[in-house]
Design a protein around this ligand. Structure first.
Ligand code: ATP
Length: 145
């Protein structure tokens, strides 16, 4: 019997490969997702997947306020290349009181700063996935890749 997850509301900031796939999977699992990106094209691409998709710069506190971000408990920061924007966004979200902020980190320095400013979860998709693939290979469970 499939486990039905409780329906939750999420914000996903940054619609690159990582944020985009987080967004799609959350919607697939029955959750509501507000997707945010500075890139109009990305926002248009995700308009049909996300519950809402808006163009906004997440480092702009006023913009996040007007979107009502403080009312969300779960926010995913999936800004990769612009480490400064990722850090500032995380800082603003934690200052607003968002309970659960998950951030994609690019390197150890980025990780360290994110930890310091209160990111609740920090992920390194390439490293994490590499480890999982190696575990699967080692366990001979190649089938459920
Ligand atoms: P991936 O490897 O997951 O494709 P990436 O690590 O290359 O992504 P980026 O392309 O740097 O990550 O960022 C992901 C998305 O975040 C991009 O679509 C970019 O437009 C968006 N983004 C960057 N800065 C901001 C910002 N300040 N506010 C909102 N979105 C942003």
């Amino acid at each position: 019997m499939g486990r039905m997850a409780e329906k939750k509301q999420f914000v996903v900031i940054g619609l690159g490969r990582f944020g985009g796939s987080v967004c799609k999977e959350l919607v697939k699992q029955g959750h509501e997702v507000l997707a945010i990106d500075t890139d109009e094209q990305k926002v248009n691409d995700y308009a049909r997947f996300a519950t809402h998709a808006v163009i906004a710069n997440s480092t702009d506190e006023a913009a996040l306020n007007s979107l009502g971000i403080r009312n969300f408990e779960n926010v995913v920061v999936a800004i990769g290349d612009n480490i400064q924007a990722s850090i500032l966004t995380t800082l603003v979200l934690k200052e607003m009181g968002v309970k659960n902020v998950l951030v994609k980190a690019k390197n150890d320095y980025h990780h360290k700063v994110l930890e310091k400013i209160g990111a609740d979860h920090i992920v390194h998709p390439e490293n994490d996935m590499g480890r999982r693939v190696a575990q699967h290979l080692s366990d001979d469970k190649i089938i459920d890749f």
